[in-house]
Write a protein that binds this ligand. Structure first.
Ligand SMILES: Nc1ncnc2c1ncn2[C@@H]1O[C@H](COP(=O)(O)OP(=O)(O)OP(=O)(O)O)[C@@H](O)[C@H]1O
Ligand SMILES: [Zn+2]
Length: 759
């Protein structure tokens, strides 16, 4: 007998489980075990050093003939579990495709007519036939042991049968008569993408599988089969500017630390990625590119394909169909791809021969996962870099201060791009809404005149409007003053039912002010409006112009977003009104004006990073303007004197960083101290309070300085009350945190340095 430590897939388990097997197994193989009377898949983690003195169950079935991951991946599981306080079972779950699929896809293949069935059947169907599951298992085990049946992983079978056929254009179409519309579509696709697999053509719906077009085109030798190995080509290379060249050289040369590629919007960061990736890809190594949102994957895909036409680029995100996801997973684990583009969860993918990770738009909050399993992608990538000796690049025009400080301290290399390619940065004008003549209470006259001018020139306008948040702030419309906490430098939140203002950082309460504490005026208002209102006004002012709206209310799916984005790129005058969803990645050549509404709402959001995120957000939206030729940005605000606008006008993110660093250091926030937020929930208000006290005491007993419990911004969600505990401490023992987290795993959620306390 052989004894192994296994990690089950999922179930928030912090420990391994010992099982035995008749046959020797290899670390990294997947097996199926009976855990708490349920068939569960699990990963062979290591051979048991000592055999515990209890009854040990036998492994039921072996899923993989050979392990699919290696020793580095095992180390990665250990390190991330320890560093990010994640249950190991959740880590393996993120690394492998859905296990319910695996169970579902296992088939029992009869090898002998005695068995009673003559065609393969799925494991689940077999079990369904029995009332007594453990008897069913015993019987199946006997059948396997006596070689009457064997198990087969259906997915594996599918894959080995699948031989990818790649096609490309053979010649131009002179002399080939009567090209159908579908053929035309395919030919165009091949023109742009070079050599492509048939699967890609079917999965992208370029042509239906049932169509005879491909056969016809083969017959006329318009398309030919290409051998991928011999046809790797690179096209559309660009001549890098000096600063781009320097960044490329440095990143290629130094691999011992991560690089922060800090380049203004439109400075060609993507071109830099391609030049660093090229030599790796030519050596058969793999590159992982992370983007903050699914909506950015198609754009990145198209750009990479333009340059590396014959390389295999795959994507991995939650919007893929289960089958496509599974196929892509097998491709990456077997090294049958070159570039993987994915959202944050791709950081867990056990890619074979991975040599570089690029995290694009790294400032984006979506890189911090705050539900189910909580992790910061940047931290995970650092751990991965160490273990696998990878080249790691973080890129942004407005880097997160957490990483910027490391670049300044020399923990990372800093690569700067300070100029846009061929054009200059857009002109930024700050509009003082206190003084400026208004057309409605939303718009200044100047804003409308500018919009009209751009539309008359047949160009496009983006009107960025913050999300309809839950936060209200109190504003003096005489002087623009916003009420803030004495101790925390964050704005106070208006609580209507309790008739008070509250600071969500220290929990301090304030009375509702009758007048402005700064100018003495009585015109205090709570503020807030959303995209819908802006759209209505625009339609009123410009009845003949197309107005598009982008926010969570109107965009419900990836397809909606793709369709809307596509309309942005159609030539002609348009007004696009949207929330944060429109701030990323757009590269529209006739977009000449960006209007930023209600910019004060973000800056006074009661959050420790609100200054940083506001600056970053505005600079990113502003960066969409005038990427080809000239562009303009108008910012409407009641606080034009705020230093933030001075920095934005000069495209000077460093100024923001400098000011923020000083503040964070003073108040003890990341990156100068750890911020740990513990969220508790309960339907019963009193129980919640008790729970909070018990957990608070646990931390206190370990000499951890803990504050709270305080009410989070949203006190009740889905019928459950919420409370927060907050720890701000420079050095903190992960071991201590883990002890408490394990003990109260069902009761609390622990966020390590979250990008926001608005959780
Ligand atoms: N050296 C170059 N030669 C030719 N074109 C270039 C060069 N550098 C950049 N460009 C072009 O300039 C535009 C902006 O570049 P890119 O999209 O790579 O910038 P970015 O820094 O990634 O932008 P953002 O951060 O705003 O998304 C692109 O159309 C790109 O192809
Ligand atoms: Zn406070």
């Amino acid at each position: 007998m052989y004894y192994y430590e296994l990690i089950p897939f999922g179930g928030r388990l912090y420990n391994t489980y010992t099982f035995k097997s008749n046959n020797p197994l290899a670390v990294g193989q997947r097996v199926i075990v009976n855990l708490r009377n349920k068939l569960t898949s699990a990963l062979v983690y290591k051979q048991s050093e000592e055999i515990p003195n209890v009854k040990i169950k036998e492994i039921e079935f072996i899923l993989d003939e050979k392990p699919l991951i290696d020793a580095n991946h095992i180390k990665f599981i250990e390190k991330t579990a320890e560093d990010l306080l994640i249950p190991i079972s959740e880590i393996v779950k993120m690394m492998f495709p859905s296990t319910s699929n695996d169970l579902f896809r296992i088939r029992i293949v009869p090898l002998n007519p005695m068995v009673g069935f003559d065609k393969p059947i799925f494991l689940n169907d077999y079990f369904r036939k029995f009332k007594n599951k453990s008897e069913a298992r015993k019987k199946l085990k006997n059948l396997i042991d006596s070689n009457l049946v064997e198990l087969e992983s259906y997915t594996k079978k599918q894959r080995t049968n699948k031989k990818s056929v790649y096609i490309g254009l053979n010649k131009n179409l002179d002399g080939v008569p009567n090209i159908s519309k579908t053929a035309d579509k395919l030919i165009n696709y091949l023109r742009i993408n070079g050599v492509v697999s048939l699967e890609e053509i079917y999965s992208k719906n370029i042509i239906k599988k049932s169509s005879s077009t491909i056969d016809t085109l083969f017959k006329h030798k318009v398309i030919v089969e290409k051998n991928l190995k011999n046809t790797k080509t690179i096209s559309n290379t660009v001549d890098l500017t000096d600063e781009q060249e320097k960044a490329v050289e440095n990143i290629k040369k130094f691999k011992d630390k991560p690089h922060l590629l800090y380049g203004v919007t439109g400075s060609g960061k993507t071109e830099v990625f391609f030049d660093i990736a090229q030599p790796l890809l030519e050596r058969g190594k793999k590159v992982l590119i992370l983007v903050p949102e699914i909506s950015l994957t198609p754009q990145m895909f198209t750009r990479i394909k333009k340059r590396f036409a014959s390389y295999k680029v795959i994507t991995y995100h939650s919007n893929l169909k289960p089958k496509e996801r599974l196929n892509n997973w097998y491709d990456l684990v077997n090294g049958e791809m070159d570039v993987l583009i994915g959202t944050r969860s791709s950081i867990w993918m056990p890619i074979k021969d991975l040599e570089m990770i690029i995290i694009d738009e790294q400032h984006d909050d979506s890189f911090y996962q705050d539900e189910q399993v909580i992790y910061d992608t940047m931290r995970v990538s650092e751990i991965r870099k160490e273990i696998e000796d990878l080249n790691l690049v973080f890129a942004s025009a407005t880097p997160r201060l957490n990483e910027l400080i490391k670049a300044k301290n020399g923990d990372y290399y800093l690569q700067k791009l300070e100029k846009r390619y061929l054009t200059k940065m857009p002109d930024v004008e700050v509009i003082d809404m206190k003084k400026e003549k208004k057309v409605s209470w939303l718009f200044s006259k100047k804003t409308l005149v500018n919009i009209k001018e751009i539309l008359d020139q047949q160009n496009k306008v983006i009107i960025f409007t913050p999300t309809r948040g839950h936060s209200n702030y109190v504003l003096c419309t005489d002087c623009g003053h916003v009420f803030k906490c004495d101790d925390c430098d964050v704005s106070l939140t208006y609580h209507k039912s309790e008739e008070k203002l509250e600071c969500h950082y220290c929990g301090k309460d304030y009375q509702i002010p009758q007048k402005c504490e700064k100018c003495g005026g009585y015109n205090l208002q709570t503020r807030g409006y959303g995209t819908e209102r802006v759209v209505n006004e625009m339609v009123k002012f410009f009845p003949s112009t197309e107005v598009l709206r982008v926010d969570r209310t109107v965009i419900n799916s990836f397809d909606d977003l793709k369709k809307t984005f596509k309309r942005f790129y159609d030539k002609g005058p348009k007004i696009i009104v949207g929330t944060k969803m429109i701030t990323k990645g757009l590269d529209i050549s006739d977009l000449k004006l960006v209007v930023i509404m209600d910019s004060d709402r973000y800056s006074y959001f009661p959050d420790y990073r609100s200054y940083e995120t506001t600056a970053s957000l505005i600079m990113q939206v502003a960066g969409r303007a005038g990427r080809k030729g000239s562009g303009k940005v108008l910012i409407q605000t009641f606080n034009p004197e705020d230093e933030i606008f001075h920095a934005i006008k000069n495209h000077d993110y460093n100024l923001i960083a400098k000011k923020e660093f000083a503040k964070r250091e003073k108040y003890g926030y990341p990156p100068f101290s750890n911020l740990i937020l513990i969220m508790l929930k309960d339907k019963d208000k009193n129980k919640l309070e008790q729970k909070a006290q018990i957990i608070k005491n646990e931390f206190k007993n370990l000499n951890i300085n803990i504050n709270g419990p305080i009410d989070p911004l949203i006190k009740k969600i889905k019928g459950e009350y919420r409370k927060q505990l907050i720890i701000k401490q420079k050095d903190i023992s992960k071991k201590d945190l883990l002890t408490i987290q394990k003990k109260y795993d069902n009761d609390m959620k622990l966020f390590l340095n979250p990008p926001t306390t608005f959780l």
